[in-house]
Design a protein around this ligand. Structure first.
Ligand code: SF4
Ligand code: SF4
Length: 456
């Protein structure tokens, strides 16, 4: 009987060693394919060392071998069950539903365009004197894509500028006549299914529909010839779409490739939105595209209400499969559509409460380490847009360090989606996953690749 149980224990030890070896080897292979050198080195090391440690249990006297072997087994089972069994010890908090509208003139992208000495500049700061000192400070810096900025690279910056110019060239297409006088006899369900499928085919990673609410709409225009005008937008629905930002380019953040990638994805999202509006007009309904530099709606709020994600610690849309590694565009319309249910997985909030990785790496300290605070009756995080943007005007790029290090930003593949599933399932797994992320990728991962060369 003793021999049987000793044989069983020995087989168990071999089985555990085999599982450990294959799990770490699989992770090493995935890390290699994702260009994650640190994670690959560490998992290869563990693939070699951990099974040897487990196998050495067979050399121990039974009095030590038995409890240690079962201890290993129980750890594996508990680790696995924390991935599978739903359990959340922490309460989530309510999503922000702003009570008022945001004035586009107050956001940094609008304030940066105010030219000292102009009437617009004088009028704006007469009304908002609290912003004048800090804004005049960032005007002394080289500026976004400015020569003399810390990460200035002539080729990459020119390429990014070319993309931003391209998208400016699309602005005249966002809202135009005529709308076709013929309307086809399709149902809202049919329009919705067709549009969603087509927008994805055009390159969007996700697409959702929300009913347009007053708090989605800016109160006043902050950029372009309509500066200062009240925003009038009577459309009933908003189609939000996301496009993926390339992980490899983002991993170089805050160096030059990141701003090239941001600019490129603004173009890609914008082109899809313009195509969708052209299509809707041909169906006989009004439509307006909301693209970089020409928004009338607050895209992250629309995307959240269209079921595409939630808002995390860094104040950006956190999508289920790419985290914050997306760019958004919106189409508003009166075409009959079926809205999506709102996003209801708030486990991102509980993970953000623990994680704080974005706050740790933020060079401008714009992201809070604190729990969310109550603003207008709702709990939410708010970054300091002034600190963030001022850093951009020093470094010359749009930084992106926060997006790059976020554990939700890992590639959209089986392995990382398994981790994302675990994060949704349980608090225990969230603790484990954060420790693993720090161990394999680093608490403050260094930027990868500073060269001007965009192509890997
Ligand atoms: S880095 Fe961490 S804290 Fe920041 S948004 Fe991502 S998950 Fe939340
Ligand atoms: S973009 Fe950079 S500066 Fe701005 S919040 Fe993110 S990490 Fe901070």
């Amino acid at each position: 009987m003793e021999t049987v149980s000793a044989t069983f224990l020995s087989i168990l030890v071999f089985a555990i060693a085999g599982i450990v070896f294959f799990v770490f080897l699989l992770f090493a292979a995935a890390s290699y394919s994702e260009n994650e050198a640190r994670a690959m080195r560490r998992s290869l090391f563990l693939a070699l060392v951990a099974p040897v440690v487990v196998l050495s249990l067979n050399l121990l006297p039974p009095a030590i071998q038995v409890p240690l072997t079962y201890g290993f087994l129980i750890s594996i089972v508990l680790g696995g069950s924390s991935l599978l069994v739903p359990f959340h010890s922490q309460k989530t908090f309510s999503e922000p539903l702003p009570s008022g509208k945001i004035d586009e003139r107050d956001i940094m992208f609008s304030r940066r365009l105010l030219q000292p000495g102009t009437e617009r500049y004088e009028q704006y700061y007469a009304q908002k004197p609290q912003f004048k000192i800090i804004d005049d400070q960032f005007r002394k810096n080289p500026g976004l894509l400015g020569e003399g900025s810390t990460f200035y690279k002539p080729l990459s910056f020119s390429a990014a500028e070319a993309s931003f110019d391209t998208i400016s060239g699309l602005h005249h297409l966002v809202e135009k006549e005529p709308v076709s006088e013929t309307r086809l006899a399709y149902t809202a369900e049919e329009y919705t299914a067709f549009l969603k499928g087509w927008i994805k085919k055009l390159g969007a990673h996700s697409v959702g529909i929300a009913e347009l609410k007053p708090y989605h709409i800016y109160s006043h225009v902050g950029r372009g010839p309509d500066f200062g005008k009240k925003v009038e937008l009577s459309h009933r629905f908003a189609i939000a779409l996301t496009v993926e930002m390339d992980k490899h380019s983002l991993d170089s953040a805050p160096y030059a490739p990141v701003v090239m990638e941001s600019a490129q994805q603004y173009v890609n999202a914008g082109v899809i939105a313009i195509q969708a509006t052209e299509f809707i007009r041909k169906l006989g309904y009004e439509a307006r595209a909301h693209i970089d530099g020409n928004y009338r709606v607050v895209c992250p709020l629309v995307a959240r209400d269209a079921g595409l994600g939630t808002i995390g610690r860094m104040g950006l849309l956190m999508t289920p499969r790419l985290g914050p590694r997306v760019r958004i565009a919106v189409v508003t319309t009166n075409l009959p559509l079926i809205p999506d249910p709102p996003f209801e997985d708030f486990t991102v909030h509980t993970f953000c409460l623990r994680c704080k990785k974005c706050a740790d790496v933020c060079p401008s300290r714009a992201i809070s380490f604190d729990p969310p605070t109550e603003i207008n009756g709702v709990k939410r995080w708010q970054i300091s847009q002034e600190k963030c943007f001022t850093y951009w005007t020093v470094c010359g790029t749009d930084c992106g360090r926060c997006v790059s290090v976020c554990p939700y930003s890992h590639p959209d593949n089986f392995l990382h989606n398994l981790v994302r599933k675990g994060l949704r399932q349980s608090s225990q797994f969230q603790v484990l996953a954060l420790k693993m992320d720090d161990f394999f990728y680093g608490r403050k991962p260094l930027p990868k690749g500073q060269s001007e060369n965009y192509v890997r």
